[in-house]
Design a protein around this ligand. Structure first.
Ligand code: NAD
Ligand code: TYD
Length: 373
């Protein structure tokens, strides 16, 4: 099988490519515009692999996307390319509408024309290429909006109520994908996943930001009271779930993916601090530099600072993933504790990668985002 993956240089896309190539499950065409969030160093050792191709293409560029389909003739599309950070969407929503909505519409149109042109006679695999084709759209639990503390977790039928420009743009793209199925018959599957964490996540998101700031003795900016709840899933478990849905999911259907690991932000930050205390006790110079006047100066928790809350901040997300577990037999392998320990270790061991992604643009973003809080 040859899979066209969009956003394969991003955090989740690269985990998916590493999983598929590492297990020799499929050949991969990686279509990525390499925005600030795309990083080919997350795909070590693939350049010379004949089963892997990289296409430096923006999904909004119709002619370029058409060429990619014509040249590579994929059996399926897994669409992950997106602008993905809520705080950036608040400061500049245009790019989110452009890539997540317009880009997805463009990709859908090219995929539809390509799919309609595929042979509809069964081949040696007992199915025609047209029957076999899939368009898998990767989405988020944020489309469901703010979940009251006493409400049951989101299911596949929870109504959409996005809060942020990011969530609204992802909701729009989910609607487009469903419309392309209903109107044109395009064989789509959709997945809505909870917050991911793991290696190669760009350090603008909560977990890598907190690990790296703490390790450097910098403040840990917790928005508001830190009581917001997210449901965390290790990215390798997500990659396996995506492959399961592509292989066995029912066309036209949606599957929620989550880790059954609801934690408040403050809980997450405390756990990171405690893991760091164990794995990398605070160095004397960092301790002095941070001027911590406390009885437990070695403890990273002292770096936590409450900062102005995110506008429109959703209090809680939680995913009910019983459908994918029951119907497709997927289950997460990591607990939050085992996955987070592995992740903290990974960031401590990959300082070169970290230094390279913390470029001038990254520093500018931090200044812009956190100066306003
Ligand atoms: P990411 O920001 O790390 O990566 C996005 C990738 O898309 C980057 O490689 C970037 O270069 C590429 N890209 C951006 N705009 C593009 C364009 N116009 N054309 C081609 N490529 C472009 O994102 P991620 O965290 O890996 O998320 C991947 C997908 O999963 C997104 O669709 C996101 O909405 C969804 N998702 C993310 C999470 C999460 O916790 N990170 C959870 C659920 C769903
Ligand atoms: P984030 O990683 O941006 O993911 P999302 O907004 O998609 O859930 O944020 C996770 C949670 O952590 C969210 O409630 C916002 C909060 N947060 C902070 O408190 N401080 C920070 O510096 C960041 C980046 C996030």
């Amino acid at each position: 099988m040859k899979i066209l993956i969009t956003g394969g240089a991003g955090f989740i896309g690269s985990a998916l490519v590493r999983f598929l190539m590492g297990s020799q499950l499929a050949r991969v065409v990686n279509v990525d515009a390499l925005t600030y969030a795309g990083n080919l160093e997350a795909l070590p050792g693939l350049d010379d692999d004949p089963g892997y191709h990289f296409e430096h293409v923006d999904i909004g560029d119709r002619a370029a996307v058409e060429r990619v389909f014509r040249v590579h003739k994929p059996d399926a599309v897994m669409h992950l390319a997106a602008e993905s950070h809520v705080d950036r969407s608040i400061l500049g929503p245009e790019a989110f509408v452009q890539t997540n909505v317009v880009g997805t519409q463009n990709l859908l149109e090219v995929a539809r024309e390509y799919w309609q042109g595929l042979a509809d006679q069964p081949d040696q695999r007992q199915q025609s290429p047209r029957e076999r084709f899939r368009f898998h759209h990767i989405s988020t639990d944020e489309v469901f909006g703010d979940l009251p503390l006493d409400a049951p977790a989101f299911t596949e039928t929870t109504p959409y109520a996005p809060s942020s420009p990011y969530a609204a743009s992802k909701a729009a793209s989910d609607h487009l994908v469903r419309a392309w199925h209903r109107t044109y018959g395009l064989p789509v599957v959709i997945t809505n996943c909870s917050n991911n964490y793991g290696p190669y996540q760009f350090p603008e998101k909560l977990i890598p930001l907190m690990i790296l700031n703490a390790a450097a003795g910098k403040p840990l900016p917790v928005y508001g009271d830190g009581g917001q709840i997210r449901d965390w899933l290790h990215v390798e478990d997500h990659a396996k779930a995506l492959w399961t849905v592509l292989q066995h999911g029912e066309v036209g259907e949606t599957y929620n993916i989550g880790g059954d690991a609801e934690r408040t932000n403050l809980d997450v930050v405390h756990t990171i601090c405690d893991l760091l205390t164990e794995l990398r006790p605070m160095a004397e110079d960092v301790r002095r530099q941070t001027n911590l006047e406390t009885n437990t100066p070695t403890h990273y928790r002292n770096l936590i600072q409450s900062v102005t809350d995110r506008p429109g901040h959703d209090r809680r997300y939680a995913i009910d993933s019983r459908r994918i577990q029951r119907e497709l037999g997927w289950r997460p392998r990591h607990t939050f504790e085992s996955g987070l320990r592995k992740t903290v270790q990974w960031y401590l061991e990959h300082t070169e990668w970290v230094n390279r992604v913390q470029s001038g643009e990254y520093r500018q973003w931090l200044e812009q985002n956190y100066a306003s809080r």
